[in-house]
Design a binder for this molecule. Structure first.
Ligand code: FEO
Ligand code: CA
Ligand code: CA
Ligand code: CA
Length: 602
């Protein structure tokens, strides 16, 4: 057989085999270092990290828990500004004296302070990818569940967002469950509030049937939460403060260059379990933000602004950009007969899972497009508005991002083991696997390559899993030459437009990792694993530059069994140490330089 044309690559590497080591395992010839661990200092006034003596005050000056999104803006020569989400906390791993079902006031306060965001200036070592935090840099900042955030856009100030502590409906304490996000072309940071439902107790206290249905649609627990913050703070108890829950589940815009700025929860982008918010500029200069709702059978959304982006204006030049525009839900229509989609991954007779799609408008500024919903109701109860207009129920839409080289949009659908099972929606051409265990990746082409288009074409790029499993698909590429991959979560691109995918929840018996996926040329569909993360961790936040690869190692040592109190991971500090979620930098070892960290370490 003739050799296939080599793909363009930002850098070459030897694919690693799937791993189960308690390490960040990297290819031969590469090295790595920890950039920041949970508990590391942003400010010299912080105490040294001590798991036996954790306090709110210490945590407010230290790197938070469970790092997820990672982004970098350039600063002065040799320095960069690093932005990190701290999605949630694992108290049973964090606290050596944790007792299941009990959260003391002190533990609750530490956990609230371990949530949120970190902004940290880092210095880059010359000719390597090593990054060193600059303690006390003037832009360093921790934002936590105690920090003040502002609600903006059409729903701000609405009755649904008012509480006894904030009768204006515009000032919220904290951001919670910030999963992925994106850096905007105008120089701000979008961070997405995802599984906010887990923090709010006692939905069963609500008697109004319509309100109960709304809470159920967002998965609010009927009784107490696992975290039990409601025992210490009334705002986490729906029985006492029914609207506080409506103040979470938003895309938040942060100006990282002004450490005194109040971040804004942009209500115009809707309220759901936002995996991320990734912004691009339309053909006529408007902002377009894609966001998936990470839940089984939930939807993909996009927002298109009314005003034009001031690309060089920073936050100050784009203050209201995301407060006016149109929010859409996505409908995917297959082009093959439904009978040919049999749930096994067998390609339909036209040779592809593909079709067309449309963006269905839900709301424009303060005008609702959904019968029976006011504009504020569309924004606060976005899921139910999208139910009504027939958006397509997807297999857990995670990260959705535009490839800056080929302009196509890539969406990770992590899995949905309920697809096609009793009482649930069946397979369709965009979600073609029954009980989808390993997830898939969809490639979308906006009409005219314009992000503001109202129609698009789409095709399935990958049906993930073990390549020996006939239900998998790698864009038609030779399955003997690809890495197994399961549960895609975050997507990123390198400088030549290859897709990179990180995973969360590998169901193939090995750890999660980071994978390069070729999307153009004769080797389209070639998947190769670049690295593997420690025990119990998911791989998040990939940033791929020509010089280095950064990842966030989230929840090392986590197990599905929440009663587990003896973490199996001691990464990154080793010995019997408590595992610490950390940001890692990986780079190609220069010839003649001594091996810093070595294969598979630290
Ligand atoms: Fe927090 Fe959808 O992953
Ligand atoms: Ca088809
Ligand atoms: Ca995620
Ligand atoms: Ca995930």
């Amino acid at each position: 057989t003739p050799a296939l044309a080599a793909p363009r690559q930002a850098f070459d590497f030897e694919a690693i085999a799937p791993q189960t080591t308690d390490s960040v395992f990297i290819p031969e010839g590469w090295e790595q270092d920890i950039v920041m661990r949970w508990g590391d200092k942003l400010f010299s006034s912080a105490p040294d990290f001590d798991p036996q003596r954790q306090t709110r005050a210490a945590q407010e000056q230290q790197f938070g828990y469970n790092c997820d999104f990672l982004g970098f803006f350039p600063l002065d020569r040799g320095t960069e500004l690093m932005m990190v989400n701290h999605e949630y906390t694992d108290e049973y791993i964090m606290f050596p004296d944790f007792v299941e079902g009990v959260s003391t006031k002190e533990q609750t306060d530490v956990a609230l302070a371990a949530h949120g965001l970190s902004i940290v200036a880092v210095a880059k070592e010359h000719r390597s990818g090593r990054l060193t935090p600059i303690v006390d840099h003037r832009l360093n900042r921790r934002l936590t569940a105690f920090s003040e955030f502002e609600l903006t856009g059409p729903a701000a100030g609405h009755d649904l967002l008012r509480t006894s502590e904030d009768p204006t409906g515009t000032k919220v304490l904290g951001t919670l469950n910030n999963c992925a996000g994106g850096l905007t072309p105008w120089g701000t940071w979008l961070t997405a509030e995802e599984n906010f439902n887990q923090y709010f107790a006692n939905a069963n206290s609500v008697t109004d049937p319509a309100e109960r249905a709304r809470l159920a649609r967002y998965g609010l627990p009927g009784g107490s939460t696992e975290r039990r913050w409601e025992e210490h703070y009334d705002r986490f108890d729906i029985a006492k403060e029914p609207n506080e829950v409506n103040r979470f589940g938003w895309v938040v815009e942060v100006d990282p260059f002004d450490p005194t700025s109040t971040p804004k929860k942009r209500t115009m982008l809707g309220r759901f379990k936002h995996e991320a918010g990734t912004a691009v500029i339309s053909a006529d200069g408007r902002a377009v933000v894609y966001s998936g709702d990470d839940e089984r059978f939930d939807y993909l959304y996009k927002f298109v602004s009314e005003g034009k982006v001031d690309v060089d204006g920073g936050a100050a030049g784009n203050t209201d950009l995301l407060d006016r525009g149109t929010l859409y839900g996505a409908r995917f229509t297959g082009d093959s007969p439904a009978a040919e989609i049999d749930g096994t991954g067998k390609l339909p007779s036209d040779g592809a899972f593909d079709g067309s799609g449309e963006w269905i408008p839900l709301v424009t500024n303060d005008v609702s497009h959904v019968p029976g919903f006011t504009a504020a109701e569309v924004l606060v109860y976005t899921r139910q508005a999208a139910d009504q207009v027939g958006a397509t129920k997807m297999d857990r839409p995670e990260d959705v991002e535009t490839n800056p080289v080929n302009r196509r949009v890539y969406m990770a659908l992590t899995n949905n083991t309920q697809r096609g099972t009793a009482g649930r929606a069946g397979v369709d051409e965009a979600n073609p696997i029954t009980a989808n265990k390993h997830g898939h990746v969809i490639e979308m082409v906006e009409a005219g390559d314009d992000p503001a288009a109202t129609t698009f074409a789409w095709n399935i790029l990958l049906l993930c899993g073990d390549p020996n499993d006939p239900s998998t698909y790698f864009a038609g590429f030779d399955k003997s030459q690809v890495s197994p991959i399961s549960c895609p979560d975050n997507v990123a691109f390198d400088s030549v437009g290859n897709l990179w995918v990180s995973t969360d929840g590998n169901k193939l018996g090995a750890h999660d990792g980071l994978y390069e996926v070729i999307v153009d040329g004769e080797q389209r569909g070639r998947v190769r694993q670049f690295l593997s993360v420690p025990k119990g961790a998911e791989c998040c936040g990939p940033v791929i530059t020509d010089e280095r690869v950064n990842i966030a190692v989230q929840h090392p040592g986590e197990t599905d069994d929440s009663t587990f109190v003896n973490p199996s991971s001691n990464w990154p500090d080793g010995g019997n140490s408590i595992p610490r979620p950390s940001v890692v930098s990986v780079w190609r070892k220069l010839p003649g330089k001594p091996d810093f960290a070595g294969q598979g370490k630290p």
